[in-house]
Ligand binder design. Structure first.
Ligand code: GLU
Length: 549
């Protein structure tokens, strides 16, 4: 028996399967030519960062534009970091924005597909099959160095260009079989390390789908493949999983770029075809004239739950993400106004290399536009679904009389120029508050040129004239007719020419009425508002204003 064989049996006595068995069990997928297989591989931290949703959307779209497969693999090898309910938080966050997996972990503890298990914690034997093969091939060895010994190595490397476990620093690289056997019989803990075949004088290359052609020195480090508890490191699990799950395009954060030489080498040592890589730059934020990463600690909008809690419709967030993803999306949108976002030809090559800039104002503008184009019933359905989860009292109010609420939301909607004033559903309560006595707050703050007495005079005259049955023209004519007897002009142009002749113009008169009825200076179409409120409520509001002013 060769030493490699003896060593492999010593380290992995229970592993009887071979890489060939694994290849057979997880054969190449039969997908149509060009179909891409991508994944999102979250660690179950219980927090879904906007960057995860962003990278997840990139991976999802990459698969979808080719009729491929997008799957979710849970990277739960770090048991210390495990958080209860974390998977649900993450999957819910993705689902809220339509990033749904075809395969993999599709619910907490629920898996779908033939390439599982999709929880890394359940794949230990699979990793060990390949670990054993590497030992057999002389490409991996056990390392018995303690934490103190590794610290000593690091301390001795101060002047070395390359730190870590390599070359002559790799103390366990050349242990004899007998030495290893002795250590194992003494139950010394060990990690499995790669016997790196790298040459620091040589370069490795790959063509990143986002970053372009990349050239880096080869890896020379004998990186850890299995930790002392037999759990794989990210590097090893990445190679084994993405190979066996037949990932064609590894879309991941660009913090992994610097590890690529290790990964390329590992794929080679394992005899795997290297997947295509697409390294996504982090989402950035402008601060004090500079740029920094969108931060979980500093920015509430870094959490995907932020968008759900505020009630941004998925259409808005997806549209915004697409503007961050592809620089040509906005031009496409201009010429394809009504097209489904899924018909946009998303291209990895058009992604930002250095990191797209997060812009809340832009998200809000996009969202206002999208919501303005929705039919009132859709806004109602979305808003009530949101309120049900996040504002129970408002939910009761909004859904008490569906027709009334839909009519409210229909004011200045479904017209050629709909109002664009709602960015997210948590703004709706305030937006419609004056329609509901329960939440209406009066506020009689008048324009500068109108005193309370002037306002009172206008309202006293108006309440006598007001007729709830008026159509819009009659309603406005009545307000105009009120102007002259009270010293205002119905003609704004005339007022602008000779303001000294008048107390104000028709706009001031209607503003006073608007304030009395709604508590606001700015609202959608006042005639529509008053019609919906109905004569009794309008009169009550006018009276109340007269008494309060
Ligand atoms: N679990 C890794 C992370 O959360 C995944 C990286 C990858 O996509 O390969 O960073």
């Amino acid at each position: 028996m060769s030493d490699n064989l003896k060593l492999a049996e010593l380290l992995f006595p229970d592993i009887t399967q071979t890489p060939a068995d694994m290849e057979e069990k997880f054969p190449p997928r039969s997908l149509k030519e060009g179909a891409r297989v991508t994944r999102l591989a979250p660690s179950p931290t219980g927090f879904l960062h906007f960057g995860n949703l962003f990278a997840g959307t990139v991976a999802y779209k990459t698969a979808k534009v080719t009729d491929g497969i997008f799957y979710v693999r849970v990277e739960d090898t770090d048991q210390k970091r495990k958080v209860e309910g974390a998977i649900k938080v993450m999957l819910d966050g993705l689902k809220a924005f339509d990033v749904t997996a075809d395969e993999g972990v599709i619910g907490e503890g629920i898996e779908k597909g033939d390439y599982g298990p999709y929880y890394q914690s359940q794949r230990k034997d699979i990793y060990h099959v390949f670990a054993k093969q590497l030992v057999l091939d002389g490409l991996a060895y056990p390392c018995f160095c303690s934490a103190e010994e590794l610290d000593e190595i690091r301390a001795a490397q101060e002047n070395e260009p390359i730190k870590g476990y390599w070359g002559s620093y790799a103390k366990c690289r050349n242990l004899s079989f007998e030495e290893i056997e002795k250590n194992i019989s003494e139950a010394k803990p060990w990690t499995l390390r790669l016997r790196s075949p790298g040459d620091m004088e040589k370069k490795c290359f790959f063509d990143d789908m986002i970053k372009g052609k990349i050239e880096m020195p080869e890896n020379v480090q004998d990186v850890v493949l299995l930790k002392s508890d037999g759990i794989p490191t990210y590097h090893f699990a990445h190679a084994v999983d993405d190979h066996l799950m037949r990932t064609t395009h590894v879309v991941r954060g660009d913090e992994w770029m610097s590890s690529c030489p290790i990964h390329l080498q590992l794929f080679k040592c394992l005899g795997f075809k290297v997947p295509k890589y697409a390294h996504v730059a982090p989402i950035m934020k402008e601060e004090n004239g500079g740029k920094r990463k969108l931060s979980k600690r500093k920015d509430p909008e870094a959490a995907v739950t932020f968008y759900v809690e505020k009630g941004y419709p998925k259409e808005s967030v997806n549209e915004y993400i697409m503007t961050l993803m592809n620089s040509n999306f906005e031009d496409w949108r201009k010429t394809n106004k009504d097209a489904d976002i899924n018909s946009f030809p998303f291209n990895l090559k058009k992604m930002s290399v250095s990191g797209a800039l997060f812009d809340m104002v832009k998200l809000n503008d996009i969202s206002k536009n999208i919501i303005s184009l929705m039919p009132a019933k859709k806004v109602y359905d979305y808003a009530s679904a949101w309120a049900k989860d996040y504002d129970k009292d408002f939910f009761e109010l909004l859904t008490k009389d569906e027709e009334y609420s839909v009519n409210i939301l229909n004011i200045d909607r479904e017209t050629p120029k709909p109002r664009k004033d709602i960015a997210c559903f948590d703004e709706i309560k305030d937006y419609v508050s004056y329609f509901f006595d329960e939440i209406y707050e009066k506020n009689y703050e008048l324009p500068e040129n109108i005193t309370p007495d002037m306002a009172k005079e206008i309202l006293e005259a108006y309440i006598k004239e007001y007729n709830g049955a008026d159509d819009k023209q009659q309603w406005f004519d009545r307000i105009k007719a009120l102007c002259e007897p009270l010293g205002y002009t119905p003609n704004v142009k005339e007022y602008k020419k000779t303001p000294e002749l008048f107390k104000g113009h028709v706009g001031d008169v209607s503003t006073v009425i608007r304030i009395a009825v709604t508590g606001r200076r700015n609202t959608p179409d006042l005639h529509a508002i008053m019609s919906l409120l109905g004569e009794d409520k309008v009169k009550a509001r006018l009276t109340d204003a007269i008494e309060s002013l």
